[in-house]
Design a protein around this ligand. Structure first.
Ligand code: GLU
Length: 515
C-alpha cells in the first residue's frame, strides 16, 4: 500500500439477521482504528445475496451502532459521502460492477460458465461416488461447459440466445499467493488450493467476492479489518486486486480472532446465549431466521440493562489488550491506545461474569443523580418520591448492584413496606428477648431528636446496653424488621433515609406480624 493515503476503513455486514456481538466488535475495531488515525469509518451494506435478505436487519445494524456510540461518518444510515450509494444492490443498479466482470474476462482472468445447477449437482454426485469432493477449478474446468472449454462460436451463440451464465474467476494452476496480515503475519497459499469462484451472474448481480473488491477499491479503503471467517477468501481477493491492476492500492488485511464460548470450546453462537443465559446481540428484537424461515426473538445487552460504554469496553478487550494492565477505558482512551498489532491471533473467550463486572464499574462511576433519573425511567412508579430521596437511594445502593434495575429490585423497601421477612434471620434471631429489644428501639427512635445516621446508631447501641443485649446479635434482625431483607446498604444510613414515620410504622408491623 502506498503510504500517506488517508485511512479509510469499512464495516461491511450482510443484512442476513441481527448483528451478533462479534460483528459489533469488528465494527468497534474499525471505528477505533479510523479515529486513531484521523481517518474515515464507513458502513457498507453487502446485500448481493438476495436469498438471504432479512427485512429489518439493516435497520437493526444501524440502531445497534448508534446505541454503541460507534457511528460511521459515511455510509448507509449515516449520510451520503463521496462514494454513495453504499448499499451493494443500489450500486449494482448504478452499474458499478459489470464493467469489472468484463475487464476480468477480457484480460483472461475470468470466464463464462454455462453449467446448470443440475449438471453441477451431477458432478458433485459423481465425485462423491469416487470418494472425492468436486471443485470447479483449474483441472475440472477443462471438461465443463465454459468459455475456456467451448469454442468461441458456441460461447457467442449461447450468450446471444440469452442463456443464463455466471462469470468465474480463473485461478492460476500452481502459483504462490502471499499477503501480509497485520495480525497474522505472512499468509501463503498455493493457488491450486483455490476453486474458480463465481464473481458475477447474468442478471447483472455480482457475488460477494467481486462486489467486495470493487467496493473496497472504489471507496478507497486502506485497511480491511474483518472476522477470521473471511481469511480463506483473502487469497482470491489478493488475486483479484492483481488481475484488475490495483495491487498498488490493495488494502492491508487484518483478520480478527473468533469469539469463543465461555469454556473455550468452539465459536460463540446465538444458541449459547440462550443456553447459558447471556445476550449475544446488542439489542432485543425479532427478525426472520433464514434457516427456519420463521421469525425469531432474541435478547440484547441494551434491554438487559447494560450501559453501552460498558458493553464496548468489554468488547474492546475481547481479542485486544492494552500495553499495561488497565481494563477500564473510556472511548477516548480506547482510541488512543488501540493498535492492530496488539490484537491476538487466537480466539477470545467470552466471560459473562466479567461483562457484568464491567457494567458494575460503569454504574459506580455514574453520578447518583444520573442513576436516579435512569431509575425513574425504568420504574416510573418510583417517580412519586422526590429527587433528593431517589439520589440518596442510588448513593446507598450503587456499590451493591450490577444494573440500575437492581437498585429497585434489591431495594424495593425504599419504596414499599416489606410484607415478607428474611426467613433464615427470623428463625435464628426472633425470640422473646430480641422482640423486647426491638420494641425498646422503636420507643427510643420515636423520641429521637436528631434523625441522622450517627445519632440513630448511638441510640441503637444505647438501647442495647440498657436492655443488656449484645448489639451484634440483633443488628441483622433489626435490619430485617425495617426492610424485610437480611442484607443491604449501610444500616443506619438506610434507616436515616427511610425516615422516622416509616421506621416506627415498620417496627410496629414487624412486632405484630413476625411469628
Ligand atoms: N459481507 C461480509 C460479512 O457479512 C463482509 C466481509 C468483509 O468485511 O470483507 O461479514
Amino acid at each position: 500500500m502506498s503510504e500517506n493515503r488517508r485511512v479509510r476503513v469499512r464495516f461491511a455486514p450482510s443484512p442476513t439477521g441481527p448483528l451478533h456481538m462479534g460483528g459489533v466488535r469488528t465494527a468497534l475495531y474499525n471505528y477505533l482504528f479510523a479515529k486513531k488515525h484521523g481517518g474515515d469509518f464507513i458502513l457498507r451494506i453487502e446485500d448481493t445475496d438476495q436469498d438471504r435478505f432479512v427485512p429489518g436487519a439493516e435497520e437493526y445494524i444501524i440502531e445497534a451502532l448508534k446505541w454503541c456510540g460507534i457511528e460511521p461518518n459515511e455510509g448507509v444510515g449515516f449520510g451520503d459521502g463521496p462514494c454513495a450509494p453504499y448499499k451493494q444492490s443500489e450500486r449494482k443498479d448504478a452499474g458499478v460492477y459489470a464493467q469489472y466482470a468484463k475487464q476480468l474476462i477480457d484480460s483472461g482472468n475470468a470466464y463464462y460458465a454455462f453449467d446448470t445447477k443440475e449438471e453441477l449437482d451431477e458432478q458433485r454426485a459423481r465425485y462423491e461416488k469416487m470418494g472425492k469432493t468436486f471443485s470447479y477449478n483449474a483441472v475440472t474446468r477443462q471438461e465443463l461447459k465454459n468459455s475456456l472449454a467451448l469454442s468461441e462460436d458456441e460461447v457467442k451463440r449461447r450468450i446471444d440466445a440469452g442463456e443464463t451464465y455466471v462469470v468465474r474467476a480463473k485461478m492460476p494452476r500452481n502459483e504462490e499467493v502471499r499477503f501480509h496480515d497485520l495480525i497474522r503475519g505472512w499468509v501463503v497459499v498455493n493457488s491450486s488450493q483455490l476453486d474458480d469462484k463465481v464473481l458475477f451472474k447474468s442478471d447483472g448481480m455480482p457475488t460477494y467476492h467481486l462486489a467486495n473488491i470493487v467496493d473496497d477499491y472504489t471507496m478507497k479503503i486502506t485497511h480491511v479489518i474483518r472476522g477470521e471467517e473471511w481469511l480463506p477468501s483473502a487469497p482470491l481477493h489478493v488475486l483479484l486486486y492483481r488481475f484488475l491492476g490495483w495491487e498498488d492500492v490493495m488494502p492491508q488485511f487484518s483478520h480478527l480472532p473468533l469469539l469463543l464460548r465461555p469454556d473455550g470450546n468452539g465459536k460463540l453462537s446465538k444458541r449459547d446465549g440462550d443456553r447459558l443465559g447471556f445476550p449475544v446481540f446488542p439489542l432485543t428484537g425479532e427478525l426472520l431466521d433464514i434457516k427456519s424461515g420463521k421469525p425469531e426473538k432474541f435478547t440484547g445487552y441494551r434491554e438487559s440493562g447494560y450501559f453501552p460504554e460498558a458493553f464496548i469496553n468489554m468488547l474492546a478487550l475481547l481479542g485486544w489488550h492494552s500495553s499495561g494492565n488497565q481494563e477500564l477505558f473510556s472511548k477516548e482512551e480506547l482510541i488512543n491506545e488501540f493498535s492492530l498489532e496488539r490484537v491476538s491471533k487466537s480466539g477470545a473467550k467470552f466471560d459473562a461474569e466479567k461483562t457484568k463486572w464491567f457494567n458494575q464499574q460503569y454504574l459506580r462511576m455514574k453520578a447518583d443523580s444520573e442513576l436516579a433519573s435512569l431509575l425513574v425511567k425504568e420504574f416510573p412508579q418510583v417517580g412519586s418520591k422526590d429527587n433528593a430521596y431517589l439520589t440518596e437511594v442510588c448513593r446507598l445502593m450503587k456499590e451493591k448492584v450490577n444494573f440500575v434495575r437492581e437498585i429497585y429490585e434489591q431495594g424495593t423497601y425504599f419504596f414499599e413496606d416489606p410484607t415478607v421477612y428474611d426467613d433464615g434471620v427470623v428463625k435464628k434471631r426472633w425470640n422473646e428477648e430480641s422482640k423486647k429489644f426491638i420494641a425498646a428501639v422503636k420507643d427510643a427512635f420515636a423520641s429521637a431528636g436528631d434523625w441522622n445516621a450517627a445519632e440513630l446508631e448511638k441510640t441503637f447501641k444505647g438501647t442495647a446496653e440498657a436492655t443488656g443485649t449484645n448489639p451484634g446479635s440483633v443488628m441483622q434482625l433489626f435490619r430485617v424488621c425495617v426492610s424485610g431483607a437480611g442484607g443491604g446498604p449501610v444500616l443506619f444510613e438506610m434507616v436515616a433515609l427511610l425516615g422516622k414515620e416509616t421506621i416506627i410504622r415498620r417496627l410496629e408491623a414487624a412486632l405484630n406480624n413476625i411469628k
